[in-house]
Design a protein around this ligand. Structure first.
Ligand code: ATP
Ligand code: MG
Length: 364
């Protein structure tokens, strides 16, 4: 097992609000909500940004993992037919990463329609300008070449706020790019609680050890859609092949030339996944004592060691596709129950619970 895994406990960092937010009280487990868009398989960036924390914290927190298929549609509405396969792959990636379905609840966003209802309510008091100024919306729109933004894309942080608020999550393990969304969620929840009644919980963000893992191409972010990723499900040979493609320090021609680790993507991966080695590597690279080929070999081994247990768990679940479907079905049923209860409280707080005189608590 790599140093990354061993040290993840200490260095996962909390963003603003994590310490103070939430409903966690003595004896009561706190709640986590986190998840992914089913737009392809998960990669090492997801692992370092969020998955490692999820797997670690599921013991301590009542953990909800959302497979955000509606949010996937914000960029992939023209190819909905891919969702079915991608939902399965995301479930497998989470299970492979060590999510235990007896401890955590994995569910499908669109099958909990109360989330959409809550997002609709939130949208009444979120300004278009606050969404336009969200730095992640800005950078994602620029990267995808969007100029005239779709309503659903611009509004996805509102939908994400509903994903988090429906289950009253205290803590949201995310990569750095998602921190503005958690902050927006806090503002939305605060506004709701002030406007109506304090029924929702302000969550905190928990950013992983490496909040933004760079891409194989040197891009600032490893991403599903940029073809610059090592996927958690890649076989060992593919991991090695992909690492060999990475461009290293361009100033280095011969293995004995002094290197500059600070500009090298391979070095950043050693720091993320092979920490103890990265310290001696820094010195040896600068002194020209280790060449790029040997350095990449060491990295391939470290990443393959990290991924080996994930591959084994994945293979186990792949043999039982019916069980994976059951996990999703049961997880979604549990999420839906909680969402219905929260929406009853939300409607009550807003006094739009029309039929209470019939003895019910809501409008359903
Ligand atoms: P897409 O290209 O579909 O947006 P994505 O790679 O951004 O895919 P998401 O499903 O949007 O993945 O993100 C899931 C979680 O993983 C989020 O918490 C996000 O911040 C985190 N994450 C994604 N990419 C990285 C990365 N390169 N480094 C660290 N965390 C990441
Ligand atoms: Mg994303």
């Amino acid at each position: 097992m790599s140093g990354f895994h061993n040290s993840s406990n200490k260095s996962a960092s909390r963003a603003a609000g994590a310490e103070t937010a939430g409903s966690k009280s003595a004896g009561k487990k706190g709640r986590i909500l986190t998840g992914d868009r089913p737009t392809g398989k998960l990669h090492l960036g997801h692992y370092s940004g969020s998955l490692a924390n999820r797997a670690r914290l599921q013991e301590e927190y009542d953990t909800f993992i959302i497979i955000a298929d509606m949010q996937a549609l914000t960029t992939n509405f023209d190819r909905p037919e891919r969702l079915k396969e991608d939902v399965l792959q995301i479930a497998l990636d989470n299970l492979a990463a060590g999510i235990d379905p007896r401890k955590a609840t994995i569910f499908i966003q669109s099958l909990v329609p109360e989330i959409a209802e809550l997002a609709m309510i939130f949208s009444m008091f979120v300004t278009v300008n606050s969404l336009r100024h969200n730095p992640t919306i800005k950078s994602e729109a620029a990267e995808r070449g969007y100029r005239d933004l779709m309503y659903g894309f611009l509004g996805y942080p509102v939908s994400q706020a509903a994903d988090i608020a429906f289950c009253k999550a205290d803590l949201v393990p995310v990569g750095e790019d998602n921190v503005p969304h958690v902050e927006q969620t806090r503002r939305i929840v605060r506004r709701f609680n002030e406007l109506y009644r304090p029924v929702l919980v302000e969550p905190g963000a928990l950013v992983g050890e490496v909040g933004r893992l760079e891409g194989l191409d040197g891009n600032a972010k490893m991403s599903k859609h940029l073809n610059n990723a090592i996927f958690l499900s890649d076989p060992p040979g593919e991991v090695e092949r992909r690492i060999n493609m990475v461009v290293t320090d361009p100033a280095r021609i011969h293995p004995t030339d002094p290197g500059h680790p600070e500009v090298c993507t391979v070095y950043s991966y050693h720091q993320a996944f092979n920490k103890p080695f990265s310290e001696e590597l820094d010195e040896n690279c600068r002194a020209g004592r280790i060449g790029c080929v040997a350095c990449k070999k060491r990295l391939g081994k470290a990443i393959n060691d990290l991924l080996e247990p994930l591959r084994a768990r994945r293979a186990e679940y792949e043999r039982r596709p019916g069980d994976v479907e059951d996990i999703l079905r049961e997880g979604t049923a549990r999420a839906r129950e909680i969402a219905m209860a929260t929406l009853r409280e939300v409607r009550e707080a807003m006094q739009i619970d029309y039929f209470t005189f019939q003895g019910g608590t809501g409008a359903f």
